[in-house]
Design a protein around this ligand. Structure first.
Ligand code: FE2
Ligand code: FE2
Length: 193
């Protein structure tokens, strides 16, 4: 029983890190969503702050979150036909998310530079971005992670713990995860004001 608990903990490490990331991303997405609602009701938009939050989500995903998921998905990709299909879809979604992030940031950057605010277009892109991010997180949490958990054994988790640590530790050292908390506080403040 004690051994099983230790082995489970190794497995939980990679999944719990990814799950924690999803919670943090979701918090930022919810705040961006609330900010959009306020803009629609006539409040002024803090586009710089919104862009920073979106950029952070995209940057964090590129640098750390997706590479960590790649370790997990590469390992389990061919272990069941159903999982192979789901992971292929997921990898395609990672590429789409990258494009969507660039698409949402580009008009914001333009409007910040020239002061012209194509607000309807910006909001349309922001809503598409939010929808795509939320759908992707729900897909991973609701379909991929439970299937991997059901399939994996203690040895799998042990190997993965080593692989993921080797691949992502150096990258993670460069990343300031406290920035999430700062952005979260700034966005909450923007909504409250
Ligand atoms: Fe993902
Ligand atoms: Fe994810």
């Amino acid at each position: 029983m004690e051994i099983a608990t230790k082995q489970d903990n190794l497995g939980m490490k990679i999944l719990s890190v990814l799950h924690r990331d999803h919670i943090n991303m979701s918090k930022l997405l919810t705040l961006i969503e609330r900010n959009i609602e306020q803009i629609k009701q006539g409040h002024s938009a803090d586009l710089k702050l919104m862009a920073e939050a979106i950029e952070y989500i995209g940057h964090y995903a590129d640098l750390y979150h997706h590479p960590l998921e790649d370790v997990l998905y590469d390992y389990f990709k061919d272990k069941s036909a159903e999982l192979t299909l789901l992971i292929n879809r997921c990898e395609k979604e990672h590429q789409d998310l990258k494009v969507c992030t660039e698409q949402v940031l580009s008009p914001i950057s333009v409007s910040l530079l020239d002061g012209m605010l194509p607000m309807a277009k910006i909001i349309e892109n922001l809503e598409a971005f939010l929808e795509q991010e939320k759908q992707h997180i729900n897909f991973e949490e609701g379909q991929i992670f439970p299937k991997i958990e059901a399939l994996a054994n203690a040895q799998d988790w042990e190997k993965l713990a080593k692989e993921s640590w080797l691949k992502t530790d150096a990258m993670f050292q460069k990343f300031d995860s406290n920035h999430y908390a700062e952005l979260y506080a700034d966005l909450e403040e923007a909504i409250a004001s």
